[in-house]
Design a protein around this ligand. Sequence first.
Ligand SMILES: Cc1cn([C@H]2C[C@H](O)[C@@H](COP(=O)(O)OP(=O)(O)O)O2)c(=O)[nH]c1=O
Length: 263
Amino acid sequence: MWRRRRPPVIALLGVDGVGKTTQARRLARTLTAAGQPASYFENGGGRPLLDPLARRLGRRDGPDLLGRRVHVAVEATYRGLAITRALALSRLTGRIAVMDRYTYCQYAVMGLRGDGTGDDDGARRVRAAYRRFPLPDLVVLFTAPATLAQQRVERRGRDHEDLDRLTAFAEAYRDLPEAAAFHELPASGTPDEVHAVLYPLVTEALGRRLDRPAVRARATHLLRERATRRPTSSRRNVGWLRRRTEARQLHGSSNHPPPRSTR
Ligand SMILES: Cc1cn([C@H]2C[C@H](O)[C@@H](COP(=O)(O)OP(=O)(O)O)O2)c(=O)[nH]c1=O
C-alpha cells in the first residue's frame, strides 16, 4: 500500500518505564495482524551502553566519562543513525514505522541536562541535523506518575531511575516547542487498557494519511476542469485545425493549402 509513498511514521515518547517499548512492539504486531504491515524500531541514544561503560571505568555516567559536548555529539549521532536506519528499512519494505522514541527524545534529554545552550550551540546543531527527518503522522507522549515509571523500571531489572530525574524528564518533554502537537496518553493502566486507547488514535492517523491521495486527486480533477474551460493555446490550435479542415473540404484538397482567392 505504501510502496510508492513514504510509509507512515508513528512515534511513541515518554520517560523511562512509562511503557513505550511494550506498547510499540504490541502496536506493530496488531497493525500487521490487521493487514497494515508495521515494524518496530528502537531509537535510543545509547545510554544503556554508555552509562555501564562509564561506571566500569569509575565514572558516574556517559557525560561524566566523555564530557558534555562530546557526549551529546555521540548520543545524537547514535540516535540519528538509528532513526536513519529505521526510516530506510520502513521505506524499503513499505512497512509502517512504529518508533520507540524519536528526535524529540533527544531534544528532551538535552533540555533535561541543559546541554547545548548558552555559548554551546549544540542544541541548535542537533536540531539542524535532525531537520531532514520527516514529521511523524502521529506523536504520542505517554504520561504516568514518576513513582509508577520508577517501579516499572525496577521491575524490568535492567537499570535504575532516579525519581527526581524522571519528574524533570517528563517536564522537559512538556517544555519542548513541539509539545503542543503531541498527543498525551495517560499510561498508568494495564498494557491492554493503554493499547485500547492507543490503537484507535493510530488508525485515525493512518486514515488521515490515506485520505490525502483522494484530496490530491480531487484537486487535480478541479484543475483539469478549469483548464478545459479557459481558452488555452491548445484550444486555439483545435480551432485552427477545424478551420483548416473546413477549408480543405471546401476546396477539395487534403494535402495542399487552399488556392489563393486572387488567382
Ligand atoms: C506498559 C507496562 C509495562 N510494564 C513493565 C514492562 C517493563 O518491564 C517495564 C517498563 O516498560 P517499558 O515498555 O520497557 O517502558 P519504556 O520503554 O517506556 O522504558 O514495565 C508493566 O509492568 N506494566 C505496564 O503497563
